[in-house]
Design a protein around this ligand. Structure first.
Ligand SMILES: *[C@@H]1O[C@H](CO)[C@@H](O)[C@H](O)[C@H]1NC(C)=O
Length: 484
């Protein structure tokens, strides 16, 4: 590399820090300083997190002092969190707590979570940090705990997993994936393939309006360029996003959740329920355009699935699957397969079905947001389900399946495993090109319980959420079902 700037140095330091080689990371840091490159705040986050992981609390003190003294950098929340995490892990709870209380801004959810996970280990029965997360009337920690995507996925999983007595496996995963480690990867290693080094980092950076934007974009990179940003399908939506959101709601409201899913939101819930996840905290569930199987879908996307567009995209190294007009290659590809000469104009209809009741004066407004991108992996997963007429987990291929699932093919989400204790209300539509009536019928026939069914003969896929008469045809029944 001809010019080594602070970013490339930081990436190298992070590389050593990641593999637990603290001394090498420090040597790299010193070399950088000797070359006259000024470290920035992020380098110190990386160093401090490496210290905390290796239990080197004295060194972390040194670095924290040097940061202010030698470089005039102010310690931010992230630095404090690293220190708190380090002292907490080392069992020095009094210092950790003092640090949390002395943070420049109010301690946020991550700080409390670091403290909480330490106090779980070192002070069995200690509950104070968790209470503080709830009590800290700090929008940041609230958002952190509650937000559905970015922060929840990056930081919230350890937080939620640690706070709210999740299953032991989740707690273990939470503790292993220290939030700080994820932070440092995000910060420094965007151009480096980290998926293997970081198995816990996946899913739902989808709406990365918090962390990624704050930490990556100032350096001129777009979150959407990260392979990791898009590394999710319904498996991750279900196991991470949905799980964290519902547990959060349950913990905060102290009552069971009334769930309304739509489209893939229903599939994520069916996946969870079939594995007996979340079944104890969901009181009732309304499924709009319920999806488990997709092989009867008539959407234009199925032509993509039939022609293995997903594999083509994967082989091109494209992570984002965008159907917006500006993403010409994909829309053109699909329209070439279509026999509709007006394919481009009718694109949304061909994707979702002929919606009856969308307000035409608002259409332009909706089209600012729809159709949204999804991940190429998610499209690949749906294509796999379409071709296989199955509701299986993501197929990583023979060897990777063996490693991940212990078998050469992916496991099936078994619908008969969904307990009959959850009352369901399903809304489905005659003209829905994605949640086709035949597939809804198959789903219903495999459930142990008998869901209440509402059939809408004029609706297609988008009508459930953007039609002008959903407020008459759909939502009152939802409310009535929850109240009954
Ligand atoms: C359609 O949208 C316009 C603009 O928002 C609104 O004034 C009108 O009442 C809507 N029509 C219906 C049938 O809801």
């Amino acid at each position: 590399m001809p010019v080594r700037n602070v970013v490339s140095w930081a990436a190298m330091i992070a590389g050593y820090a990641q593999s637990g080689r603290l001394l090498a990371a420090i040597a790299m840091f010193q070399e950088m300083a000797m070359e006259g490159v000024r470290p920035n705040e992020i380098c110190f986050v990386i160093l401090l997190s490496a210290c905390s992981r290796t239990g080197s609390v004295e060194e972390s003190w040194e670095f924290a002092a040097s940061m202010a003294r030698d470089y005039g950098l102010e310690a931010s929340r992230e630095h404090y969190v690293c220190l708190i995490d380090g002292f907490g892990r080392a069992g020095r709870m009094a210092t950790a707590r003092e640090l949390a209380e002395g943070m420049p801004d109010q301690p946020n959810g991550v700080a409390w979570a670091a403290l909480m996970s330490a106090s779980k280990i070192h002070e069995p029965g200690g509950k104070f940090a968790g209470r503080n997360v709830i009590e800290a009337d700090d929008p940041a920690s609230y958002v952190l705990l509650a937000s559905s995507y970015a922060s929840c996925m990056v930081l919230g999983i350890p937080v939620v997993g640690t706070l709210f007595d999740a299953t032991p496996a989740r707690i273990r995963r939470g503790l292993m994936s220290s939030p700080i480690i994820v932070l440092s990867v995000l910060l420094c290693c965007w151009k480096i393939q980290f998926s293997r080094a970081l198995p816990t980092f996946r899913g739902g950076l989808n709406r990365a309006d918090g962390l990624c934007v704050k930490l990556v974009q100032p350096y001129g990179y777009q979150c959407e360029e990260l392979a990791e940003f898009w590394d999710w399908s319904v498996d991750e939506l279900s196991a991470y996003d949905l799980q964290a959101m519902l547990e959060m709601v349950y913990a905060r409201t102290n009552s069971k959740v009334l769930y309304v899913g739509y489209s893939q939101g229903t599939q994520a819930a069916f996946a969870a329920f079939s594995e007996h996840r979340l079944v104890d905290i969901v009181e009732k569930a309304v499924m709009l355009a319920p999806v488990a199987y997709v092989d009867h879908a008539t959407s234009l996307l199925t032509l993509g699935a039939q022609t293995h567009l997903d594999l083509l995209i994967a082989s091109l190294g494209i992570y984002e699957f965008s159907l917006r007009a500006q993403n010409k290659p994909v829309t053109e590809y699909l329209c070439k397969l279509s026999d509709d000469p007006e394919c481009t104009e009718n694109f949304v209809t061909l994707l979702a079905g002929p919606n009856c009741c969308i307000n035409d004066t608002r259409r332009a407004y909706y089209e600012i947001y729809e159709p949204q991108s999804t991940s190429a992996k998610n499209f690949g997963h749906l294509a796999q389900q379409f071709r296989g007429k199955s509701f299986d987990k993501f197929d990583y291929g023979f060897w990777q399946n063996l490693v991940r699932y212990g078998w050469i093919s992916p496991p099936t989400y078994s619908l008969p495993n969904i307990p009959r204790t959850i009352p369901f209300l399903f809304f489905y539509a005659a003209k829905d090109a994605l949640a086709a009536p035949q597939n809804v019928a198959q789903l219903v026939s495999e459930l142990q319980s008998k869901p209440e069914l509402v059939f809408l003969p004029d609706y297609a896929h988008l009508d459930f959420v953007v039609s002008y008469n959903a407020k008459d045809l759909v939502y009152p029944k939802v409310v009535e079902f929850f109240n009954s």
